[in-house]
Design a protein around this ligand. Structure first.
Ligand SMILES: Nc1ncnc2c1ncn2[C@@H]1O[C@H](COP(=O)(O)OP(=O)(O)O)[C@@H](O)[C@H]1O
Ligand SMILES: O=C(CO)[C@@H](O)[C@H](O)COP(=O)(O)O
Length: 482
């Protein structure tokens, strides 16, 4: 392997299932070294992880990167959005972090929407109508169910803030991740005092929101990582905003990410405010906006169906008239936090492979229903849909998205777009460039394009029909999630 042409930077993706680290040549975008270590997430009604495990996973991922990580001139952390990290006076977690896919705070979400003026007022104030994923609803849940944890909390952080602070010793966040809390006002780009007062959260417990392009801090002594003291630390951001940086997407280019969560989004120059709550009006990590819709059930749900059937995840068969709504974890898009999986249309001649295809169809249907809503009026309807995340490596996912979207689908060869986006942000600190321009210079979105095929309207209409007919059942839930 040839020597690096420019300084080395480290980009980190601390997502739901694992932490991935890349050491990247800032001049060319070449990935010089990489590492990955898993996290554990609790099962049952709660979805929680110990933040200290994220740190251990970061240490392990960087250890796997070897010597090049020691030469990094700058580092940046991208991370799963929304998670509520509560720290005590010593900076230790008071309790495990409540994650984005923990739906226990659905009642608090409904109550907060009502108490603070309804969905339209929320969308106008924060860009989003909060669902159970949003940090503010988790804090409200904690205040109700564990007041002793709230009393012990001396700092509130998001997952990427937690790791950044362990590097720098300073409590910081960025506008992208702050916009997913529910207590950041998108109009003023500042914490929203009224919302914070309503949930009894002292703004002094929150991190400083670092501006795009600003240095969040420098690596301090005794952190246990390979970085030299004084290494620059970038603001970091939420994982979807990091992937948008990593692809270098321009406004209006649609992205679909298939990971633990499924997401569809596009960068927009305009602040958005969808009162239906389908589209979250997030900020991006640069100064633009990132309207986004997210599902709770994506690769894990489909893999679970494959495992139940004893099939490989690629063993799909066409010709199904079965509908499978794979809402194993409840759902956020459509908003059905109490839902469970639902199967309709089973016949004697239905095969296992057709059932599996129905699970893919159900997962992709939920995302495509929101795709047009995240796109600006001036977005090009024929632009290829960029497909990223672990699922994008799978043929069954690629073909399902292609058939149900009717769009060309582009699959970037670069695998870790979140970590690459973080690396581009770190590189931007060194060169003064816009991180999205860095990613474009690195050509990270390059990859094969699958031509458009005719959209499978029949399947989409069948799934929509079942969804609407089954709404009361899906809203009611089952005893294990209530
Ligand atoms: N070749 C593949 N085909 C289909 N799915 C895959 C493939 N490789 C990984 N996955 C899926 O990708 C998921 C992990 O994706 P990733 O984007 O890394 O998740 P996250 O960022 O949420 O932790 C796993 O749940 C796995 O099912
Ligand atoms: O909640 C959202 C977006 O609003 C999720 O997209 C999380 O950010 C988790 O992402 P992954 O771990 O699936 O990448």
């Amino acid at each position: 392997m040839s020597a690096a042409e420019g300084p080395l930077v480290v980009g980190v993706d601390t997502s739901t299932q694992s932490t991935k680290a890349l050491v990247v040549d800032a001049a060319t975008g070449r990935v010089v070294a990489s590492g990955q270590a898993p996290h554990t997430v609790s099962s049952g009604a709660a979805r929680e992880s110990d933040p200290r495990q994220w740190w251990d996973a970061l240490c392990e991922a960087l250890r796997q990167c070897g010597e090049p990580a020691r030469e990094a001139a700058a580092v940046s952390i991208g991370g799963q959005q929304h998670g509520l990290v509560t720290l005590d006076a010593r900076g230790e977690p008071v309790r495990p972090a409540m994650l984005w896919n923990d739906v226990r705070s659905a009642p608090q979400a409904r109550r907060l929407i009502e108490e603070l003026g309804g969905p339209k007022a929320w969308a106008e104030r924060t860009g989003s109508v909060p669902s159970a994923s949003f940090t503010v609803t988790k804090w409200a849940w904690l205040a109700e169910h564990e007041p002793e944890s709230v009393r012990a909390t001396k700092a509130v952080r998001l997952p990427h803030d937690y790791l950044t602070e362990r590097l720098t010793g300073e409590g910081t966040t960025d506008r992208g991740d702050a916009s997913g809390t529910g207590w950041w006002a998108s109009g003023t780009e500042a914490y929203d005092d009224e919302t914070l007062a309503r949930v009894g959260l002292d703004p002094a417990l929150l991190p400083r929101v670092v501006r795009p392009g600003e240095v969040a801090g420098t690596v301090r002594d005794g952190h246990g990582l390979p970085f030299a003291k004084g290494t620059l630390v970038a603001p970091g951001t939420g994982d979807n905003a990091a992937a948008a940086l990593g692809l270098g997407v321009r406004p209006g280019v649609p992205v679909m990410s298939l990971g633990t969560s499924g997401t569809v989004y596009a960068v927009s120059r305009h602040r958005t405010a969808d009162p239906t709550g389908t589209v979250a009006g997030f900020a991006d990590a640069r100064g633009d906006w990132l309207p986004l819709a997210c599902t709770l059930n994506c690769t894990l749900a489909v893999d679970r169906v494959a495992a139940l059937l004893g099939l490989d995840r690629e063993a799909v068969e066409p010709g199904t008239s079965v509908t499978l709504l794979p809402y194993l974890d409840g759902e956020r898009t459509p908003l059905l936090p109490n839902a469970s999986g639902l199967l309709h249309g089973l016949r004697h001649d239905t095969t296992g492979g057709q059932l599996l295809q129905a699970a893919y169809d159900g997962a992709v249907h939920a995302l495509l229903g929101a795709l047009d809503l995240v796109l600006d009026a001036d977005a090009d309807p024929a632009a290829p849909l960029l497909l990223i995340g672990g699922g994008a490596r799978g043929t069954a996912w690629q073909q399902t998205v292609r058939r149900l979207s009717g769009r060309p689908v582009q699959i970037p060869e670069a695998r870790e777009l979140v970590a690459l986006g973080a690396a581009a942000q770190a590189a931007g600190l060194l060169t003064g460039e816009d991180p999205a321009a860095v990613a474009r210079r690195w050509n990270t979105a390059a990859g094969p394009v699958l031509d458009a095929v005719e959209r499978d309207e029949e399947t989409l209409a069948r799934i929509s029909g079942v969804l609407s007919d089954a709404a009361p059942l899906l809203e009611r839930g089952t005893s294990t999630t209530d």
